[in-house]
Design a protein around this ligand. Structure first.
Ligand SMILES: [Zn+2]
Length: 445
């Protein structure tokens, strides 16, 4: 009896996040994601595919939940914290065998449902939307609180699991943005309250940038960076194409606002962009469709770009998929002239993104950029601010919630060590910081 935390995926690695917390004879699962790199390497695509779960597990594309097989019947809820693939995308493959609801913020649920609908997958689980900053009772003994935080997709939450022994806080992923460009501010008051209660037994927190002595800048800074390249450079008469993360609704909103200032018509091109916008509109976070044109399928994208007259190229701001250089995405197709839209000398391509550092991505991005340069295109790279916590965001979180124990998550060993160093600086003892691998459970009380 007591509380045991089982790291199922995403410990000692970046991706396929999944954590199970056992409180007496009940279990809560936090996140159920894919390892994007391993998934794409195995399936050659980021879309949901009809592939055997066992094969995906063997390819380390999804978490290996066999390690909690004996806990399966006791699972009371699956709680994805936000809509990123490394937190939700294993749900279609794995959630069905757990006899429990999937509980998440409205945007996360909307996106999950959209994905399942597209692939015609029916899960037996019930879906339950819970607003940010609300609490839901999942059994007579357990309550789950969604604390609003800022990240790079809407309605991301930190989860506080309230038990009779105390509180466990799960902070994957977040940054402390004081001036978000979309959505609510971080609920600092609540975090402070939880810290003051002295009941926080354990904090599980991302450690991706724990070695970087920064406080992650606001999304507002990314907006200013975009303004500089879109409004502050000479693009008169030139085609301008921007590419970014489809799940980053706040960034897309900034691009639309700047597009209006440029007096260009904003057109979104790509299936993934359309999917995330549809989910965001369905829960009334934004209303892009009224302001811009969205073209979903590649056959229609071809037609749409083919219709753009030579003299009208500078009347548009195109927003496309393919910021990592993905060969099948719209940007690569444009660069390789697979679409009847000819790039000209001096056209602008803006990457409002950062290349996720895998060998595969680096290669694809290089191929794409070479192709763009051959056509005389001006490339603006790294016009981006991350949605993850820097070392100083982490320090603030630890000070606020005052946990007895810290488990670094969502990072490789050297990143976990960053959290350890920080905690030691803050006066923690080494044994209070648990650096664990997948499968290595920790008894909290
Ligand atoms: Zn995330």
């Amino acid at each position: 009896m007591g509380i045991t935390i089982m790291p199922v995926g995403g410990y000692g690695e970046v991706g396929r996040n999944m954590t199970a917390i056992r409180v007496d004879d009940e279990v809560v699962i936090l996140d159920m994601g894919i390892h994007v790199g391993n998934y794409i390497a195995f399936t050659e695509d980021e879309d949901l595919k009809n592939i055997k779960t066992s094969e995906l597990k063997a390819a380390k594309a999804i978490p290996n939940d066999e390690i909690i097989k004996s806990w399966r019947k006791d699972v009371k809820a699956i709680i994805p914290t936000h809509a990123h693939l490394d937190h939700i995308a294993a749900i279609p493959f794995m959630a069905g065998k757990y006899n429990c609801p999937i509980i998440a913020s409205p945007f996360t649920i909307a996106l999950l449902k959209t994905n399942l609908d597209i692939e015609n997958i029916h899960l037996p689980n019930k879906f339950k939307s819970v607003n940010v900053n609300a609490t839901v009772k999942i059994s007579d003994h357990l309550k789950v609180e969604f604390i609003n935080v800022t990240h790079s997709t809407p309605q991301s939450v930190m989860v506080a699991l309230h038990t009779k022994y105390g509180i466990i806080i799960y902070a994957n992923d977040f940054k402390f943005d004081l001036t978000p460009t979309l959505g609510k501010k971080v609920n600092f008051e609540r975090l402070r309250e939880l810290g003051k209660s002295k009941k926080v037994l354990c904090l599980i927190a991302e450690c991706l940038y724990s070695n970087e002595a920064i406080k992650m800048p606001s999304e507002n800074v990314a907006k200013e960076m975009l303004k500089e390249v879109l409004l502050g450079t000479d693009n008169k008469g030139k085609a301008v194409i921007v590419t970014t993360f489809s799940s980053h609704i706040a960034r897309l909103k900034s691009i639309i606002e700047i597009g209006k200032k440029m007096k260009r018509k904003v057109v979104f091109l790509g299936r993934s962009l359309s999917k995330y916008v549809q989910a965001a509109e369905s829960v009334k976070i934004v209303n892009f469709s009224k302001q811009i044109e969205i073209v979903k399928y590649s056959s229609k994208i071809r037609k749409r770009l083919g219709k753009v007259k030579e003299k009208d190229r500078a009347k548009y701001l195109f927003v496309v998929t393919g910021h990592q250089g993905e060969p099948k995405a719209t940007l690569s197709k444009i660069a390789h002239n697979d679409i009847r839209f000819k790039l000209r000398n001096g056209d602008h391509v803006v990457f409002s993104s950062k290349t996720i550092p895998t060998e595969e991505n680096r290669k694809s991005k290089e191929v794409l950029c070479d192709k763009l340069r051959q056509q005389g295109v001006r490339i603006f790279d790294d016009i981006h601010i991350s949605g993850h916590a820097g070392k100083e965001d982490l320090r603030d979180l630890i000070s606020l919630v005052n946990p007895k124990m810290i488990i670094p998550s969502h990072g490789e060993r050297k990143m976990e060590e960053g959290t350890l160093k920080l905690a030691l600086e803050m006066g923690y003892e080494k044994e209070d910081i648990k650096m664990i691998k997948n499968g290595q459970k920790v008894k909290v009380v």
